[in-house]
Design a protein around this ligand. Structure first.
Ligand SMILES: Cc1cc2nc3c(=O)[nH]c(=O)nc-3n(C[C@H](O)[C@H](O)[C@H](O)COP(=O)(O)OP(=O)(O)OC[C@H]3O[C@@H](n4cnc5c(N)ncnc54)[C@H](O)[C@@H]3O)c2cc1C
Length: 510
């Protein structure tokens, strides 16, 4: 028998697992996080770029403010080819809410999440607990850990990273491709006279035929990322002084300290399904992308955000089990889009054929003089939230001309993440998201009726707020995505249907 006291079992206390646990706790759902490591690893640096909508998720779990305070805000990306600056990309700042991008080390992000999770009574983190087997039952699941020990849960979320044991235990593999080329990443501490901008160099005179990416991180640390050939020998470069010369080509003749040095190979892989029964995959366990575009961890946090409210509503008996079936539909579609975009980037950065190599060279040459050619230059299309236009939970309102290209401005239609809007009386709409549905209306008089209509339609918590001047009713899911955009300003006739659909109460969902 399922026990209502069963926690959710989360495998992996990486950033995605900890975010999932913290989001569940906001809904009053207990979790046990099983982590194979004995201690948190405070060194090392993988992710550095965190996107605005992901900071909103961290804000819901009380971590965004210290991350922004520690991080380096940036709003500009510059792309160079040889000695030419090809173009500048600007990411607009808003008067309220979060910056478009911050750079902060993944180790710091994990520290903030760990500290918060350890202080949360509904979360129990068990270190040195490596999950080696699972048994699934009709109404619960049991995780088995190395050395003995069983932990029972209502659901299990595999957030155990690239080599996910959970993925293998439910019979899945991460299908796709691993690149032969290596990328050398050095985080150096130095006082450099550069602005806090993303700078991408194609074929700089000091790394001909390949590219270099430079980012400013907190505490005077600079991330330098070089594409290097398949046989690259880091130790050899270090011992001959070639590494020092390489770093000085970017940093100049100033004192510097190496904080972190590593050589990576990148992958483009997605699991064929993100769930089986009561077991779910999130983060790198479900998908792996090359990091140009910062889509890995950013999208992993969005996996956790998508799943937490669905598990919570189903556990609380406020939505049918079919709601959980939509996790795979929505997040796998997001993963395939991320895969499409990052694969195109990698084809441009690391051409796989003579034809692609020639195309890359021609595009770069023409972009020097022809602004129209610049859209073909791909140094990474930066992370953004996915649009659940075709989700069974969405009441569709988009037209055939919905802009699907990376980085486009998306209209506020069903499935898209809700823009941040100022509430009447002060505050931001996004600060209200997370623990229920939110209805946004332009009409203060409609608020009581909207509330009544919503409670008659669904058991999920719903609150209504006024956004001055809004001429539609926005039905916003707990993860901030628009379930529907209905004609306003009163109580739209389709409100009950849209809410029931967003809770998977419409027959055939899941
Ligand atoms: C060089 C580089 C740069 C990157 N830059 C960016 C960036 O700027 N922005 C971005 O969004 N992403 C970036 N990424 C991707 C990002 O680092 C990953 O997407 C992120 O670490 C995934 O987090 P996760 O929680 O899913 O997995 P992980 O961070 O891998 O955490 C998994 C956890 O599970 C534990 N575990 C594993 N197996 C078990 C088991 N059997 N039982 C119990 N515990 C287990 C592990 O010890 C670990 O703590 C970058 C990656 C690289 C390599």
């Amino acid at each position: 028998m399922g026990d209502p006291m069963d926690p959710v079992v989360i495998v992996g206390a990486g950033p995605v697992g900890l975010t999932a646990a913290l989001l569940l706790a906001r809904w009053g759902v207990p979790s046990v996080v099983l982590e194979s490591r004995a201690e948190r690893d405070p060194v090392g640096s993988k992710a550095i770029c965190f996107q605005r909508d992901v900071l909103e998720v961290f804000d819901r779990v009380g971590c965004a403010a210290p991350m922004v305070a520690e991080g380096v805000t940036w709003t500009t990306g510059r792309t160079y080819y040889r000695s030419h600056e090809l173009f500048v990309t600007r990411f607009p700042e808003t008067s309220a809410g979060f910056p478009p991008w911050i750079n902060i080390s993944q180790a710091s992000v994990e520290r903030f999440l760990w500290e918060r999770a350890e202080a949360e009574p509904l979360i129990e983190i068990r270190r040195s607990h490596e999950v080696t087997a699972l048994t699934e039952h009709g109404d619960h699941v049991v995780a088995h850990v190395r050395g003995g020990g069983e932990i029972r849960g209502s659901h299990l979320v595999g957030c155990d990273g690239a080599g996910s044991a959970v993925r293998g235990l439910i019979g899945l593999t991460a299908e796709g491709h691993t690149f032969e080329d290596r990328f050398l990443i050095a985080d150096i501490r130095a006082d450099l006279p550069f602005p806090s901008e993303r700078r991408f160099y194609f074929d700089p005179p000091w790394n001909p035929g390949r590219q270099v990416l430079v980012h400013h991180c907190p505490d005077s640390v600079w991330r330098i990322d070089w594409q290097v050939p398949a046989g690259y020998d880091l130790e050899g470069e270090r011992s001959t002084g070639a590494l020092d010369r390489r770093i000085r080509q970017v940093a100049g003749d100033v004192p510097y300290e190496v904080v972190w040095l590593s050589v990576y190979r990148f992958h483009e892989r997605v699991a064929p399904s993100f769930s089986r029964g009561r077991v779910f995959l999130a983060g790198d366990a479900a998908h792996l992308y090359a990091p140009f575009g910062a889509r890995g961890l950013n999208s992993g946090v969005q996996d956790a955000d998508n799943l937490a409210w669905k598990i919570a509503l189903v556990r609380h008996g406020r939505a049918p089990g079919g709601l959980l079936g939509t996790y795979d539909a929505e997040r796998r579609a997001a993963a395939l889009e991320n895969l499409r975009v990052t694969s195109a980037t990698m084809r441009f950065l690391v051409p796989g054929s003579e034809q692609e190599r020639a195309g890359r060279a021609a595009a770069l040459e023409s972009a020097v003089t022809d602004p129209a050619a610049r859209s073909r230059i791909d140094s990474g299309r930066l992370a953004e939230p996915y649009w659940y236009l075709d989700s069974p939970l969405t009441t569709p309102t988009h037209g055939p001309d919905f802009p699907r290209e990376a980085g486009a401005v998306r209209p506020a239609v069903g499935g898209v993440i809700c823009p941040d809007l100022p509430l009447a009386g002060g505050g931001r709409a996004r600060a209200r998201f997370g623990t229920g549905f939110v209805l946004l209306t332009g009409s203060p008089e409609a608020v009581p009726e909207l509330g009544e209509a919503a409670s008659a339609a669904v058991d999920a918590p719903v609150e209504a707020h006024v956004v001055p001047g809004l001429d539609a009713v926005y039905v916003v899911r707990p993860d901030g995505h628009l379930a529907a955009v209905l004609p306003g300003p009163g109580v739209p006739s389709g409100l009950a249907t849209a809410l029931r659909r967003a809770c998977a109460l419409t027959p055939g969902i899941g």
